[in-house]
Design a protein around this ligand. Structure first.
Ligand code: SF4
Ligand code: SF4
Length: 137
């Protein structure tokens, strides 16, 4: 279980990328309601049914530990990740894990124009609006 601390000064804010269907998982709220995130058979993204895209979790108090409270992308936990790598800016979710002593990083597409947004992110070129809201997971 990944319990890495969040980098000081960072928060999900208006990013809801990990709840939009780019990751996969079953969601069971503490009050019994259920949903899932992932891909439909036709490849269409299926966001969590409790997500308010661009705003945050609509069931924040009831969200489960796994995957909601546990998952933190690298941008949240790694101070070496530049600000421009925030998934809502870069269109990519970086997720580093260690399994059986082997550490690896997954890069998950998280935006329609992923390649373009990713490279714009590399060069810190963004046009992100400032919003105040809770994040995704
Ligand atoms: S944990 Fe999820 S919602 Fe938060 S910044 Fe990372 S991808 Fe975005
Ligand atoms: S944090 Fe909220 S919106 Fe995101 S997957 Fe969990 S329950 Fe759904």
């Amino acid at each position: 279980m990944d319990l890495l601390p969040i980098v000081n000064g960072r928060s999900c804010g208006d990013c809801t990328k990990c709840c939009e269907g780019h990751l996969r998982g079953d969601i069971k709220l503490s009050d019994g309601r259920e949903s899932w995130i992932g891909q439909e058979e036709d490849g269409k993204l299926h966001p969590c049914g409790f997500l308010k895209i661009g705003e945050g979790c609509g069931a924040y108090a009831e969200r489960p530990t796994i995957p909601c409270k546990v998952f933190k992308c690298d941008w949240l936990t790694n101070p070496d990740m530049p600000e421009s790598f925030k998934p809502s800016n870069s269109g990519a979710i970086f997720s580093t894990r260690t399994v059986n002593g082997q550490t690896y990083t997954k890069i998950i597409e998280a935006g329609r124009n992923w390649t373009q947004k990713f490279y714009l992110g590399l060069f810190n070129i963004t046009c992100q609006e400032e919003k105040t809201s809770h994040g995704g997971y």
